[in-house]
Design a binder for this molecule. Structure first.
Ligand code: HEM
Length: 377
């Protein structure tokens, strides 16, 4: 039922967001033609000056040299047009490759296959940690200064990679590295977000429309520590962090539904355990469990976290619990607990916004792409 609804939602999205195809042929033709023209002009200029200048003074050896030079130039020109790589043009010729939807779908497929193949990790999938990488790139955005966000992939560098909140995300970056080697034309920043999109869809979540256009930036664009949420804090902190990115209460609650996926690791955040019984499948169980289960402080030698009273196998962070304690947050948690389709729709929209924060796209909003999942007919 939920799957059918999500499929029809994805179909609707696909119709609403027609596939965008770039027109590369014209610009690439112009790019390659330009040096030819320059060469032709130079050659013409040289020839013209010869014409009006030196007179023939009866020196046949000079004539022979001249003819030889002409042959050499003509031969060189022929070679230049036939073998541009001999003239250092290969790199430029490759530079005009303009990836299209089909090329990004290939990257998506390669990530999906790798997620499927490497099922020994954690609860059987790298999906959750790959999604967390995409969120932590994007979640540094500050709307006042228009800094941070997924453009740049600055988490490749210390200090950002060493920020406490990013502990453990090396696993996701390393997971995506062979994909970058296979498709060197994609920027790390576009790849990491595509990884997040792929992880959500492959874990049976909603479709997340996508636009490329992020460019990798250097270490000077690393954001200061403290921009990501602290799980030990309260509603004021949640609103301050997500408000800085430009989100409202409804979007904050929808985004946190990602905790249906994955788990906490004592050697990363210090917290321990999964939020749901199916941590590699996207569902609205996070809200259902938050509202329906009895939760108590876990008695242990770690940071303060909640434990479900019945099975003692699930956990909630203090920030998770705020979503049912705060009246405004709670109305959305209740809505999503009752209606998986409403959750998927709002989650998709909020994640799309999150992944695009601060990115100077050239491709317009109605030119987003929707990737085919590995299980789509
Ligand atoms: C108040 C907001 C949030 C807080 C305080 C928070 C905190 C945390 C913490 C402490 C972990 C455990 C990390 C570890 O030990 O490996 C975690 C994991 C995770 N978070 Fe969040 N998070 C928040 C919002 C979000 C959002 C908005 C998303 C995505 C849209 C998200 C996606 C995830 C995922 C998928 C994992 C599992 C990672 C894994 O299994 O390795 N979180 N989060």
């Amino acid at each position: 039922m939920a799957a059918t609804a999500s499929r029809s939602f994805s179909r609707a999205l696909r119709t609403a967001a027609p596939t965008f195809r770039t027109t590369s042929t014209r610009s690439s033709a112009r790019f390659v033609a330009a040096p030819h023209q320059a060469f032709r002009q130079q050659w013409r200029r040289g020839y013209a000056s010869q014409e009006g200048g030196d007179k023939y003074e009866g020196n046949p050896r000079g004539m022979l040299w001249g003819a030889g030079a002409l042959v050499a130039i003509a031969g060189g020109y022929g070679l230049y047009t036939q073998k541009p790589e001999w003239f250092g043009q290969e790199v430029k010729a490759k530079g005009v490759f303009q990836p299209r939807f089909e090329d990004y779908q290939k990257v998506y497929d390669a990530i999906a296959k790798k997620l499927e193949d490497e099922d020994e990790y954690d609860d059987g999938s790298y999906g959750p940690v790959v999604l967390r990488l995409a969120w932590h790139c994007s979640g540094t955005y500050d709307k006042e200064t228009n800094t941070g966000g997924s453009n740049g992939a600055t988490m490749r560098f210390a200090p950002e990679s060493d920020h406490g909140a990013n502990a453990g995300l090396k696993a996701a970056r390393d997971f995506l590295e062979p994909i970058k080697e296979q498709f060197p034309w994609i920027s790390y920043s576009d790849l990491w977000i595509l990884g997040g999109v792929c992880a959500i869809q492959e874990m049976q979540g909603p479709k997340i429309p996508y636009r490329p256009g992020r460019q990798d930036r250097d270490v000077s664009f690393c954001t200061p520590d403290g921009r990501l949420p602290d799980a030990s804090k309260d509603r004021k902190h949640i609103r301050a962090i997500f408000g800085r990115m430009g989100f409202n209460d409804q979007q904050m609650v929808a985004l946190c539904g990602a905790h249906a996926l994955g788990r906490c690791h004592t050697d990363r955040s210090g917290y321990d355990g999964p939020w749901t019984f199916s941590p590699t499948t996207m569902t609205n169980d996070y809200y259902k469990l938050l509202l329906e289960e009895k939760w108590a402080w876990r008695k242990w030698n770690g940071p303060k976290q909640f434990q479900d009273v019945k099975t003692k196998s699930l956990m909630m962070l203090p920030t998770d619990m705020e979503l049912v304690k705060d009246k405004s947050f709670r109305q959305y948690a209740e809505k999503y607990a009752k209606d998986n389709d409403a959750f998927f729709k709002d989650f998709s929209e909020a994640v799309l916004t999150l992944f695009e924060l601060g990115v100077p796209f050239t491709q317009s909003e109605d030119q987003r792409w929707v990737f085919k999942s590995s299980f789509d007919e």
